[in-house]
Structures are given as C-alpha cells and as structure tokens.
Design a protein around this ligand. Structure first.
Ligand SMILES: Cc1ncc(COP(=O)(O)O)c(C=O)c1O
Length: 357
C-alpha cells in the first residue's frame, strides 16, 4: 500500500513518474537495457541529459546566458563549491535564516570572510529575517540566502535587492514549486531529492559571467567549468537521478508548468494552515508572514501528545510527520508530488485527533 509520505527529503515523487520508470526500467527507449546500464558516453544517455536540461530551462524560464549543470554531492557540496568558485575579494554576505542557512555560512567561513547580513537566530528561526539592503555589504563577492527553510517551515516572501552583488540561492526545498525570476539570481542550487528526483545530485543554474571567477587551483569536481565544458558528463554522473528528473519535469510540464503547480501548492498549504489557525489543540510554529508552502510546521501542547500524534498518523498511512529534532513538534512536507488529497487526509486526521482529546 502506498502511503502519504510527508518526509522532508528524500520525499514523495509523483506516482506517474515512478510508474513510467518501472515500465521502462528493463528496456529504456528500445535499447534493450535499463537506463542504469546505459553508458554515460552513449548517444541515448547524452540525450537524457540534454532533454533534462532543456525541460528545466523551459519550465523555469532560464535564459541563454545561464548554464545548467548536474552535480553530485547534494546541496551540501554547494555550501563549499559556491565560496570556492565565486570568491574574488574574499568576503561574502550570508543570511542566517535556519539550520541549512547556518551550515552554508559556517562552511563558507573556511573560504571567505562571512558577514551575516540578516539573522533570525535569536528568535529560533520562527520567521525569516527582514532583508534590509542597508545591512548588506555593497562590496561583497556575492549574497547567499535560502529561499525556503525546510526545518523551520519558513520561506522568504520576496527577493532581496542586492544591487550589483550576485544573489545566490539555496532553493533545495522549493525549487519548481513557485515561479521565480531566474534573471534576478547569479546562481541557484538545489538538492534533487525533494521536488526533482531521487537523492545524490544538485542542480546548479548559474550566470555565465560568474565562471570567470573560477580559479585553476580548484579541485576538478568543485570547479563549475568542468561541468559546463563537459555538459555534466566529465565523469560518471548520477545517471538514474538525472533520468528521474527528466520524468518529473515532463510531468510538471504536462500539468501546466510551474504556475499551475504553484496554484495547487497554495491550495494544499492553505488547507492545512486554515485548520491550524482555527484549531484548539494544534498550533502553527512559523510566523504567518513567513509561512512555507512546502514544509508546514506545527505542534500540540506537549511532547507526549506530539509523539502520540505522529505514531497514530503513521498507522493511518500518514507517515514521517515528526518534526526535525532542533525544531520539535511536527512537520508536514508537502512538495509538488503531494496531492491535494494528501493534505485533506492530514487535516481530517488532525481534526479527528483533536476531537478525541
Ligand atoms: C534548504 C536545504 N539546503 C541544503 C540541504 C542539504 O541537502 P543535501 O542533503 O542534498 O546535501 C537540505 C536538505 O534537506 C535543505 O533542505
């Protein structure tokens, strides 16, 4: 039996994508072999990478002066790769808005002088910090922030104005969930295991002029130019993950692209938040103005009830609702693949649970 899996990542993938992957698993496109058996140097596999890139460009509206690369090592490797590739004068602005934002800035400290341009750490990250350009360094090599904070369930409602300083975004937990104007960014990266594919890869979208900053001293698999020059095929890539991304993007396009999915995502999140706002027992954990459409965090009055809720929900086919240990409570991750029925089933379960208290 398939459950509604509210995990933060690896997360639910669309049923149609998995069906399609299963259907052609033993014989990909008439090759007589599985996509996982294809040589990455074959024309058939090159076509997979090209199609994945083309689809991503189409659904995100990525202009020609941006490169798209597929990189192993997840989003965490980008915490190192961004400062290593983009440093110039040796200082960068970072926004401290949650656990991963913090990890990114701690890692960057090994390579650049980090200036924390805004932080909500003192408020335990229950909201995103205000992004006031007066607090930004106009001479920073770049400005890094995390569009959606997976653990705390917060999201920036708008983009900061960083002037000529390239805006860099970790978009791991909300890429493809809402429209973003790519031209506002110098670089976007995202781990694949939430809205795109299985784990093991990050997609990086970067403005080509930034490649001039890369130095010849960089390790070959950190250097963005390696991936650009080889079309992400310098060494053996995470071939199945790229293939799954292709299927997910095809499905996204068939649903009407990012704007259509955004509308569905708003509907799903609204359904849960509206319940939380009127509930007697459950309370939302993130401040209203910072609420995420992808990760909804909430809690009951005490730990024992939280535990009971998570266990009973799992028995009813609503799994992985336990919040991250640093945030406590519960978290429902409702990425693109979660159907509206999943959000409705959750609210129904919460409502019944509350009635029995
Ligand atoms: C916003 C954000 N950044 C970074 C990461 C780390 O990603 P990875 O495990 O792919 O390195 C995560 C993982 O959940 C995340 O949510």
């Amino acid at each position: 039996m398939r459950v509604y899996n509210f995990a933060p990542g690896p997360a639910m993938l669309p049923g149609e994508v998995m069906e399609k992957a299963r259907e052609e698993f033993l014989d990909y496109a008439g090759t007589g072999m599985s996509v996982v058996e294809l040589s990455h140097r074959s024309k058939d596999y090159e076509a997979v990478v090209e199609r994945t890139e083309a689809l991503l460009r189409e659904v995100m509206g990525i202009p020609d002066n941006y490169k798209v690369i597929f990189v192993q090592g997840g989003a965490t490797m980008q915490f190192s790769a961004v400062p290593m590739n983009l440093r110039r004068n040796g200082k960068a602005d970072y926004v401290d808005s949650g656990n991963f934002a913090r990890l990114a800035l701690e890692e960057a400290r090994k390579f650049v002088d980090v200036h924390v341009a805004a932080s909500s750490r003192e408020d335990k990250y229950v909201h995103v910090p205000e992004l006031d350009p007066r607090g930004f360094d106009p001479d920073a090599d770049y400005f890094h922030f995390t569009t959606n904070n997976t653990i705390y369930g917060t999201c920036f409602p708008s983009l900061p104005d960083t002037g000529n300083v390239p805006l860099i975004a970790d978009m791991s937990s909300n890429i493809l969930s809402q429209p973003y104007d790519v031209t506002k960014f110098g670089l976007i990266y995202a781990g694949a295991q939430k809205n795109l594919a299985s784990a093991g890869m990050a997609v990086v979208i970067l403005r080509e002029d930034l490649l001039e900053r890369c130095s010849d001293q960089l390790p070959v698999l950190i250097d963005y130019r390696t991936y650009v020059k080889s079309k992400s095929l310098y060494n053996t890539p995470p071939s199945f993950t790229i293939y799954l991304a292709m299927l997910t993007l095809e499905r996204l396009r068939s649903l009407g692209g990012v704007p259509a999915v955004y509308e569905r995502n708003q509907k799903k999140a609204r359904h849960i938040y509206e319940f939380l706002d009127r509930s007697r027992a459950f309370r939302p954990l993130a401040d209203k103005a910072s609420r995420s459409l992808m990760n909804v965090t909430f809690a009951l009055p005490d730990e024992e009830l939280n535990d009971r809720f998570v266990k009973e929900a799992a028995k009813s086919g609503l799994t992985n609702l336990k919040g991250h240990r640093v945030a406590g409570g519960m978290r429902a991750s409702i990425y693109n693949a979660m159907p509206l029925e999943g959000a409705q089933a959750l609210v129904e379960f919460m409502s019944d649970f509350e009635k029995k208290l």
